[in-house]
Design a protein around this ligand. Structure first.
Ligand code: BGC
Length: 717
C-alpha cells in the first residue's frame, strides 16, 4: 500500500477549536485580554459595534472615545508608508512631514533572495508606520507573477510560490515586531489588472494549493499575519470579499487564520453575503460612509433578524483583538517608531545593492574601471527619472530619490567625465515611436565617449496598478535607440529599469553588458553606480523568467490572458513561469533564478547521510560552495527537486530551498540544507490531499533554474 503524507489532520482539529471559540481573533490573546474584549463588547450598542466594521474615511475606522477605543489608522503600502491622504477624498493632504523612506519595490526585494533584508524592510516600515501613527500597513503584495503583462508585477514578488512565501514571512514578522499589522494582499488570484473588479477567476485546486495559496498560507501559519485583504475579483463565481470557501472554509477553518479580513477599497458588494462569508472590515466603498454595506445596512440586517448579533460580536472581537495585539490599549508598551533615519536609508541601499541582476557580462565588460575611463555616456530617460511617486496605491512621497545619473555622478566624482543624452522621451502610452533627433544625439555622444550606459526600461505609466501593459515591447522607440548606441560604441551596457519582463530579444545578442535594476528605492542610483563601477559585486537573481517573446509564456501561449467575457481560466494550472518553460522545454531568454557575479563559484558534489528517507524525516543535504574568483561576492545556491515517479504529472523541477551566501575571494563554506520531506509533497486534487509517493527524488543544486551544477538522488520510503 502506498504511504501517504497527510498534512491537514492538525488543521482540521484547529478548525473545530476555531469554530467553537466564538472570538476567533482572541485565540492567541491572554485570558485577561480576552476578558477585556468581552467586557468592551458587552458595553457597546449595536451602532457602536458596527462603527468598527467599516471605514469612516478613506483610511480610518471610527474611535469610540467613551470606551477608550481609539481610531484605527490604515495606510498603503508595500514599499514605503504612503503620504497622508485626505479623509474624504483621494487627494493628498499636503502635509509637509509625511515624506518617507522608499524601498525597492516587490520584485526587487525578491531579486535579492535575501530573507534578512525582507525582515529588515518589515522592521523599517513598521518603525515608520508607527511614527506616522498607523496601525495597519496594507502589504505585502504577494500575488504570483503569472503574466509579464500584469500591471502590478512590480509590487508583487515572483512567479515562484516558495520564494514569495519566504520573503512574505520575514517581511510580516519584521513589520509586526514593530506593533504594526500586516495586511497581506490580494487574497486571491488578482493576477491581472484587466477587469480586476469584475473578472471571475477559475483554477484547479492543485494550482490554488501549489501556486497561488502558499504565500498567504505562510503569512498565516509562519508569520501570523494579523490581517488579510480580499481581492477585487471573483473566484469561482463569488466575489473574493464574500467568498465562503476562501474566507471561511479555506482560510479560517483549514489554515487556522485568526486575524481579520479587510476588503480591498471599493471591493465589497453586499451586506449579508459578505458578513456571512467572513469579511470583517469594509473599506473604500464609493458611497457615503453610512451607506457602506457594513454600516446602516448591517444594523438593519441584525434588527430584522437576518443576521445574528453574535456574528457582529465576532467581527468586533476580531478588530479589538487586532488592537490588543498591536498594544493599542497599552500605548506606553507600544513601539514608538522613527522616520527617515540614516539606518532606514541604509536599509534601502542594501536592499537595492543586493537586488541588481547581472544578466550578461561578455568579455567582463563590467565592472567599469574608473582608471581606464575618461568619459562615460549616460543615455535614457530612466537615467534621470524618479519613480517613487508612481504606480498608484503603492506610490511613495520619498524623502529623496537618487536617480542613476545622480548616482553615477556621486560615485565618479572627478575620476571621469559623465555626459548625458536623453535618447527617448516619455510620452503618452502606448508609444513606440522613436525620436530620431534624440537617437542621433545619443549615438553621437556614445561615439565620443569611452563607454556608454543606456538606462532603458519602463516607468509607472506601464508598471502600474489598474491596468496591464499592452505588450512586452520597450516603449518610446528604445529598441532603435539601444541598437543605434551599440552601433556607435560597442562598449555599451544596457540597464533595464522595470518591474516586469520586457522584450529584449531585439538587442540582447548585440549588447555585451546587461543589468536589471528595478524601481530600486531612494538609494537606487547609488547602488547601481556601485555595481557598474565594481564597488558592489552583483548578487541579485531574477525572480521571474524573462521570455524571448510574450507568446512563450504560460498564460499567453494558452490564450488565457486576460480571459473573455469577464472570465479567466488558469489552464496553465501549476505550470507557471519556469515550471512551464522547463516542463514544456521552452528556452526563455533568461531563466528564473539567473544572475551572474563578478566572481565565480564552484559547487562541490552534494552529500546526504543516507539514501533512503521516510516521510517524517528532515532531509539533510550538504555541499561546499567555493568562491574561486578574485573578488568577494555572494551566490544564491538554489535547490530544486524533481519527482519523476509521481502519480500526477509534476513540473520538471520546483524550488524547495535556497541560501544566499557571501564568500570572500578564495573562501569555501559548507552549506547544509535541511528540508522536511513533507515540503516535497504535491497537491493531489483527485484525492484532495498533499501526497508524496515512495520512490526517486532528484535534488538539483544550481546557480539558476537553467544552470544546474550538481545533482543527487534520494529515495523516499
Ligand atoms: C489597491 C490596494 C490598496 C488600496 C488602498 C486598492 O486600489 O488594490 O492594494 O491597498 O487600493 O489604497
Amino acid at each position: 500500500m502506498k504511504a501517504k503524507f497527510r498534512l491537514f489532520c492538525l488543521t482540521a482539529l484547529l478548525m473545530l477549536v476555531n469554530i467553537n471559540s466564538g472570538l476567533y481573533a482572541a485565540d492567541k490573546l491572554s485570558g485577561k485580554e480576552e476578558k477585556k474584549i468581552r467586557s468592551l463588547i458587552s458595553k457597546m450598542s449595536l451602532e457602536e459595534k458596527v462603527s468598527l466594521l467599516h471605514g469612516n474615511s478613506k483610511f480610518y475606522v471610527e474611535a469610540i472615545p467613551r470606551l477608550g477605543i481609539p481610531e484605527l489608522a490604515l495606510s498603503d503600502g508595500p514599499h514605503g508608508v504612503r503620504a497622508e491622504i485626505n479623509r474624504d477624498n483621494w487627494n493628498y493632504a499636503g502635509w509637509t512631514n509625511d515624506s518617507s523612506t522608499y524601498f525597492p519595490t516587490g520584485t526587487a526585494l525578491a531579486a535579492s533572495w535575501n530573507i534578512d533584508l525582507a525582515r529588515l524592510r518589515g522592521e523599517v516600515l513598521g518603525e515608520e508606520a508607527r511614527f506616522r501613527g498607523k496601525d495597519i500597513l496594507l502589504g505585502p503584495g504577494v500575488n504570483i507573477i503569472r503574466s509579464p503583462l500584469c500591471g502590478r508585477n512590480f509590487e508583487y514578488m515572483s512567479e515562484d510560490p516558495y520564494l514569495v512565501a519566504q520573503m512574505t514571512t520575514a517581511y510580516i514578522q519584521g513589520l509586526q515586531s514593530r506593533d504594526v499589522a500586516a495586511c497581506v494582499k490580494h487574497y486571491i488570484a488578482n493576477n491581472q489588472e484587466t477587469d480586476r473588479a469584475t473578472v471571475d477567476v477559475n483554477m484547479s485546486d492543485r494550482a490554488l494549493h501549489e501556486i497561488y495559496l502558499p504565500a498567504f498560507k505562510a503569512a498565516v501559519q509562519e508569520a501570523g499575519t494579523y490581517s488579510i485583504m480580499t481581492a477585487y475579483n471573483k473566484f469561482r463565481g463569488f466575489w473574493c470579499a464574500e467568498n465562503p470557501y476562501l474566507l471561511d472554509s479555506l482560510m479560517r477553518q483549514e489554515l487556522g487564520f485568526d486575524g481579520i479580513f479587510v476588503s480591498d477599497w471599493n471591493g465589497t458588494h453586499s451586506t449579508l453575503a459578505s458578513a456571512r462569508a467572513g469579511l470583517d472590515l469594509e473599506m473604500g466603498t464609493d458611497k457615503p460612509y453610512n451607506e457602506y454595506y457594513f454600516a446602516q445596512a448591517l444594523i438593519d440586517a441584525v434588527r430584522k433578524g437576518e443576521l445574528p448579533e453574535s456574528l457582529i460580536d465576532r467581527k468586533v472581537a476580531g478588530i479589538l483583538g487586532l488592537m490588543m495585539k498591536l498594544k493599542i490599549f497599552d500605548p506606553a508598551g507600544r513601539f514608538e517608531g522613527s522616520m527617515n533615519t540614516p539606518e532606514h536609508q541604509q536599509a534601502t541601499y542594501r536592499s537595492a545593492a543586493e537586488s541588481i541582476v547581472l544578466l550578461k557580462n561578455e568579455d567582463n565588460i563590467l565592472p567599469l574601471d574608473p582608471a581606464q575611463l575618461k568619459s562615460l555616456a549616460v543615455i535614457g530617460d530612466n537615467a534621470i527619472r524618479k519613480h517613487s511617486f508612481g504606480g498608484q496605491s503603492s506610490e511613495i512621497k520619498a524623502l529623496y530619490e537618487v536617480t542613476p545619473l545622480e548616482g553615477l555622478k556621486n560615485r565618479a566624482g572627478a575620476q571621469f567625465e559623465i555626459r548625458f543624452a536623453r535618447g527617448y522621451q516619455k510620452s503618452q502610452r502606448p508609444s513606440n515611436r522613436p525620436d530620431r533627433a534624440l537617437i542621433d544625439e545619443a549615438a553621437a555622444l556614445a561615439a565620443q565617449c569611452d563607454a556608454a550606459v543606456v538606462m532603458a526600461g519602463l516607468n509607472h505609466d506601464y508598471d502600474t496598478e489598474s491596468r496591464d501593459k499592452p505588450d512586452m515591447a520597450l516603449p518610446y522607440g528604445q529598441l532603435e535607440l539601444i541598437r543605434a548606441v551599440i552601433k556607435a560604441n560597442p562598449k555599451t551596457i544596457v540597464v533595464i529599469i522595470a518591474g516586469s519582463a520586457v522584450d529584449m530579444s531585439g538587442f540582447n545578442y548585440r549588447v555585451p553588458g546587461l543589468l536589471w535594476a528595478w524601481y530600486n528605492g531612494m538609494e537606487g542610483g547609488n547602488a547601481l553606480a556601485d555595481v557598474l563601477l565594481g564597488k558592489i559585486n552583483p548578487s541579485g537573481k531574477m525572480p521571474f523568467s524573462l521570455p524571448v517573446c510574450l507568446d512563450q509564456s504560460n498564460a499567453h501561449a494558452l490564450g488565457e490572458f486576460p480571459g473573455r467575457n469577464r472570465q479567466v481560466d488558469f489552464f496553465d494550472d501549476i505550470f507557471v513561469g519556469y515550471r512551464w518553460f522547463d516542463t514544456y522545454n521552452i528556452a526563455p531568454l533568461y531563466p528564473f533564478g539567473h544572475g551572474l557575479s563578478y566572481t565565480q563559484f564552484e559547487y562541490s558534489k552534494p552529500r546526504v547521510d543516507k539514501e533512503e528517507w521516510s516521510m517524517d524525516e528532515k532531509l539533510r543535504l550538504r555541499m561546499v560552495l567555493s568562491n574561486t574568483g578574485r573578488r568577494d561576492g555572494a551566490e544564491v545556491v538554489q535547490l530544486y527537486v524533481s519527482d519523476p515517479e509521481s502519480e500526477l504529472p509534476r513540473p520538471l523541477k520546483e524550488l524547495k530551498a535556497f541560501q544566499k551566501v557571501f564568500l570572500k575571494a578564495g573562501e569555501s563554506r559548507e552549506l547544509v540544507f535541511e528540508l522536511p520531506l513533507g515540503s516535497l509533497a504535491y497537491y493531489n486534487d483527485i484525492k484532495q490531499e498533499w501526497l508524496l509517493e515512495p520512490g526517486l527524488i532528484n535534488c538539483l543544486l544550481g546557480s539558476s533554474s537553467g544552470d544546474l551544477r550538481q545533482q543527487i538522488n534520494i529515495k523516499v520510503k
